[in-house]
Write a protein that binds this ligand. Structure first.
Ligand code: OAD
Length: 244
């Protein structure tokens, strides 16, 4: 790992007034959350179309809920890792800081991050298919078909499924943050799912310095100013001045 690249990035971070970080499943891997496309990735074991689409939920809501209850049970005991914690610490040091995540695991908030845009929703939030109300609900013993307390209609996980569009307000907030930032970090994402995959490039086009931290190169690596290869849990804490 080129220490010189880390030093460049630390220096840039120190100079930046408006920082945006985009994270993907890779940042939670060291907490024990399976990624989607790695060797043990979720989408290698399950067919997303059977479990994470509006059609699947319409066809067999019990099966889809079983999948999400299982994922909630797996996630419940997991803790933020040093990368999540380092980003929470970084937020405290930056005049303006926005964390955009594709993750639905809620680990950034648990680590202490405050300004978080959850592009793909949050598995601990449930949304009513009738009245649209969204509530946090961390229970692990949900009924097989949970119902809304207000209107009685079926609840669904408040996550974005394949074939669904992102919440326009959430996406607009992400675009606004990216357009305004002077430095962007892209951490632990394969860069294969839009629109998240193009946010780093947008920042670059707007003149920001963009750096990626990932185990392996991604389709966007060459477009960025720096691509640091390694584990997020190792590299992200080293961006903090205290770690020097
Ligand atoms: P992926 O599973 O596609 O990619 C994870 C990336 O993290 C890969 O490039 C890995 O090399 C990298 N990685 C793994 N462990 C790492 C570590 N310890 N440190 C640094 N990098 C590591 O996950 P995402 O890019 O987040 O969408 O996937 C994007 C979206 O696809 C997800 O939000 C989900 C999925 O379908 C929805 O569910 C809507």
């Amino acid at each position: 790992m080129p220490e010189a690249d880390l030093e460049v990035l630390r220096h840039r971070l120190h100079q930046s007034r408006d920082v945006v970080v985009l994270t993907g499943a890779g940042i939670s891997a060291e907490s024990g959350v399976p990624t989607f496309r790695g060797p043990d990735g979720l989408w290698r074991q399950y067919r997303a179309v059977d479990l994470a689409t509006p059609q699947a939920f319409q066809r067999d809501p019990r099966l889809v809920w079983e999948f999400y209850q299982w994922r909630r049970q797996l996630l419940a005991p997991l803790q933020p890792n040093p990368a999540h914690r380092a980003l929470a610490a970084l937020e405290q040091r930056c005049p303006r800081f926005t964390l955009i995540t594709q993750n639905i695991d809620g680990l950034h908030a648990l680590a202490g991050s405050r300004r978080i845009i959850e592009l793909h929703g949050n598995i601990w939030h449930l949304r009513c298919t009738g009245c649209g109300q969204v509530r946090e609900d961390r229970r692990l013993d949900l009924p097989p078909l949970p119902a809304c307390q207000t209107c009685g209609a079926l609840l669904r996980p408040h996550v974005v499924w394949f074939g669904e569009t992102l919440d326009p307000a959430v996406l607009a907030a992400a675009y606004a943050a990216v357009a305004a930032c002077d430095l962007m970090l892209v951490i632990g994402t394969s860069g294969l799912v839009q629109p998240a995959a193009s946010l780093g490039y947008l920042a670059k086009q707007r003149g920001a310095f963009v750096a990626e931290i990932n185990l392996e190169p991604t389709p966007q690596s060459d477009l960025y100013d720096l691509s640091l290869l390694g584990k997020a849990g190792d590299l992200v804490p080293r961006l903090l001045p205290a770690a020097r």
